[in-house]
Design a protein around this ligand. Structure first.
Ligand code: FE2
Length: 330
């Protein structure tokens, strides 16, 4: 339970216990005491209103019912034979329930209006964010249409894997956006490296790998992209710590980034590249099996296998036999 609600409920319980104790302790002998009892009966509305604030109609009704029970017990036990007993006192439980229902309904309406306002604000912020990302993607498409096409495919695969793994709607939506922009930093990689046909030299590999940090700094310019930037920043990290740029290990890698990585690797293997012909599904899955748990997350890979409809049978392909895998991590 929300800590603020829990504290409000605790406060309602404390009010109820204290008022009950004073009611039972006061006795019923004098007119002054009778007057105090009337005031205390009115104060029982305080915990009912607090419960309404904490849990709307449900909380208010529960508090009104409990306090009505306590109050009736007090009347029957303490006031039954008193000359000052007053049938009007039996009206209090009705007042408690009416006050509870009214307060609960008012709080419910106020909370609903606040939720509606928050929804409108968060939708417009998200729309602005998506517009910013679309601008970045357009720039990437102008510079490198192949990477944009790859990114769209990665996003589609990652979404299906995320849905299969039971991610909620918000997480799947972030995963889709992260998939679309994961290689946006390649727009900042020089032509002779980005479009090189052969293998990259060591220095060129360092420059190519900077696309991750470049992407994160581009995303930083767009408000609301923190979660997406986090996923993008880890899409080349490996469970065994051999990835880049930070060499994070499995427990420090965001599960969404692990999903993005398996989608990225699968997409790269099954797409034509200057340095390899596209693998079919079976070959790609078999090659990825060799990397499961070390270079790619085992859980995300298991989900990918189901999603691509392949019950991978074997590790018959050693990772060395698929040199393209080395390129995937470039
Ligand atoms: Fe990348």
């Amino acid at each position: 339970m929300d800590p603020e609600k829990a504290s409000q409920l605790r406060s309602a319980v404390v009010w109820t216990v204290v008022l009950t104790a004073v009611h039972f302790a006061l006795g019923t002998r004098t007119h002054t005491v009778h007057g105090l009892h009337i005031a205390l009966a009115g104060l029982f509305m305080v915990p009912i209103i607090i419960a309404a604030v904490a849990m709307e109609r449900r909380g208010a009704l529960a508090a009104a019912a409990a306090i009505s029970g306590i109050y009736l017990l007090h009347l029957l036990l303490n006031w039954r034979n008193s000359p000052m007993s007053n049938p009007d006192q039996f009206a209090w439980p009705v007042v408690y329930v009416v006050v509870g229902l009214t307060a609960g309904q008012l709080v419910h309406t106020a909370n609903y209006r606040k939720w509606q306002r928050d929804e409108v604000i968060s939708k417009s912020q998200r729309t602005e964010m998506v517009q910013g990302l679309t601008g970045l993607l357009t720039a990437l498409g102008v510079r490198d249409a192949a990477t944009l096409a790859h990114s769209r495919r990665v996003a589609a695969i990652a979404v299906r894997v995320g849905e299969h793994m039971g991610l909620d709607r918000g997480a799947v939506s972030n995963l889709r956006l992260a998939g679309l922009v994961h290689d946006i930093g390649k727009a900042g990689v020089p032509d002779d490296i980005l479009f090189k046909d052969g293998r990259l030299s060591e220095e060129q590999t360092v420059v190519m790998r900077s696309h991750v940090d470049l992407a994160v700094s581009m995303l930083r310019a767009i408000p609301g992209t923190d979660a997406i930037a986090r996923i993008v920043s880890q899409h080349h990290e490996c469970p065994d710590g051999s990835g880049y740029p930070r060499g994070l290990r499995a427990d420090a890698i965001d599960p969404a980034a692990s999903i993005l990585r398996v989608a990225d690797v699968y997409a790269a293997l099954t797409e034509p590249r200057p340095y390899h012909t596209p693998a079919d599904t079976n070959t790609a899955i078999a090659a990825m099996s060799a990397l499961s748990g070390s270079k790619i997350d085992a859980t995300a890979f298991a989900a990918l296998r189901v999603v691509v409809g392949h019950a991978a049978a074997s590790d018959i392909f050693e990772s060395e036999s698929t040199p393209a895998l080395k390129e995937v991590n470039a």
